[in-house]
Design a binder for this molecule. Structure first.
Ligand SMILES: [Zn+2]
Length: 457
């Protein structure tokens, strides 16, 4: 009897031991994990400015985050930028937080940090019981440069006369290499680029006013250095007001029945619409899509001044419609639409050969909605010429063309009622008046003289 009792007592103790051993073993295994926390530092550049915020993400997927310490070492001095302790769920279970995204601002002025070299140090610990309960630790050190000085902008070009819907050039010198600089015409940014002048800190920016931008439009140069320090500089400019012509276009059923099937490929629903609504869809939606496509295409521009001298106009041709003409569309004597014509229409004999207006690289040769068969040539630094409604083209993308080289033939593809060339000039994302580029004196006074002057500095 006694031995039986003893035996069952022993069994009970073993069972209790097993029951206790399982959670203890589990706690020891999980709490003694050796997985180190991770640190992700997103630095755009090694140079860090006054206003720049550092994005740091830390994570520990096992026992959780315990502590983050971020500091800066400079000339033997240590400055704490951030210290953060994370709470634990309980004595045994580990940390609550497994991931954290941190934003740290160095604020050199406030903290007495000077411009120059420094070391950014990040330390993260987790809730593991390893290292005598101190946890696993990850260090990250990064050599950085503190730069709080904004770039200086020196405007080199002197006169800036610009017409509504016209182009202009500004040449400027920066005190340091910048991440981004250029001209702002209100909200619209025209990037400046180095590459043409021997001094790589001398840049030029072609910029433009669109047809709606009148005198009073704000224009300035802005530069952002690699540390994010920003400067602005105004310059002397004079805006000339332009009044653009109005034109009435009568839309006939004959024209619609002839032209609209060409656009069926762009929208499926179009076929269910009346012929008038089909036209409105083409003249509004497809026009807008075509415009956006051109703007996207001209983003590709080389930092090489390919062109030289006056731009060519289609030989022996008549101006059929001008730049920024306000077009009123009438159908059955009623106004049904209004659009702005952002090029010049030139008509000669049908299928006339079209010379490249100047030297450049073909950025596009293909079909674009209302423009039909189109060729776009990049003349460098954001200046491009566009040829639309062609019957054919004989150039291909990336091909260099010389001034006067035949790129295609005039036609009626796209939204054209008769054989003609739709000729446009763009400065980055803005259509400008091509007339300026056909004028030798205008080019000399507004563009070439400024470039020559900056070259001979
Ligand atoms: Zn046109």
């Amino acid at each position: 009897m006694r031995t039986k009792e003893k035996k069952s007592k022993k069994r009970l103790i073993i069972l209790l031991c097993i029951i206790l051993a399982i959670p203890i073993a589990w706690i020891l295994i999980t709490r003694l994990e050796g997985g180190k926390p991770s640190i992700k530092l997103d630095l755009l550049s090694q140079t860090i400015g006054a206003s720049q915020e550092l994005s740091i993400s830390v994570a520990d997927m096992k026992s959780g985050l315990r502590r983050v310490w971020i500091g800066l070492l400079q000339n033997g001095m240590e400055t704490v930028l951030l210290e953060k302790d994370f709470p634990a769920k309980g004595l045994i279970v580990g940390g609550i937080k497994h991931e954290e995204a941190l934003k740290v601002k160095i604020d050199p002025d406030k903290r007495g940090i000077k411009d120059g070299k420094a070391i950014l140090r990040i330390v993260v610990c987790d809730f593991s019981w390893r290292h005598w309960f101190k946890g696993n630790r990850t260090y990250l050190e990064k050599n950085i440069i503190i730069d709080t000085k904004p770039p200086e902008i020196d405007i080199i070009s002197r006169f800036h006369n610009i017409s509504q819907g016209g182009a202009c050039l500004v040449v400027y010198k920066l005190s340091e290499e910048c991440h981004r600089s250029g001209v702002y015409v209100e909200e619209n940014f025209f990037p400046g680029h180095s590459g043409h002048f021997q001094d790589k800190n001398v840049l030029m920016a072609f910029f433009a006013l669109n047809h709606k931008q009148e005198p009073g439009t704000k224009i300035f140069v802005k530069a952002i250095d690699r540390a994010g320090n920003t400067s602005k500089a105004g310059f002397n400019y004079n805006i000339k007001r332009k009044v653009f012509k109005k034109d009435v276009i009568n839309i006939s059923d004959k024209f619609l029945n002839w032209k609209m099937p060409e656009f069926d490929i762009y929208t499926q629903q179009v076929s269910e619409l009346t012929i008038k609504n089909k036209f409105l869809k083409v003249n509004r939606d497809i026009r807008k899509n075509s415009y956006n496509k051109v703007i996207k295409l001209v983003e590709k521009t080389d930092k090489v001044l390919y062109w030289d001298g006056v731009f060519l106009r289609l030989p022996k041709s008549a101006n059929k419609a001008g730049f920024a003409e306000n077009r009123v569309y009438k159908y059955n004597n009623k106004i049904i639409d209004r659009q702005i014509h952002l090029g010049i229409d030139l008509a000669s004999i049908a299928h006339s050969p079209i010379p490249a207006a100047n030297r450049g690289k073909v950025v596009f040769a293909g079909s674009i909605g209302i423009y039909g068969k189109t060729v776009i040539i990049d003349h460098g630094f954001g200046l491009q010429s566009m040829y639309a409604h062609l019957s054919s083209y004989n150039v291909e993308e990336k091909q260099m063309v010389s001034k006067g080289e035949i790129v295609g033939r005039t036609g009626i593809t796209g939204l054209a009622g008769g054989d003609h060339l739709h000729y446009s000039i763009l400065i980055h994302n803005t259509f400008v008046n091509p007339i300026e580029w056909w004028d030798k004196a205008w080019i000399k006074n507004n563009i070439s003289s400024k470039i020559n002057k900056a070259e001979s500095r």
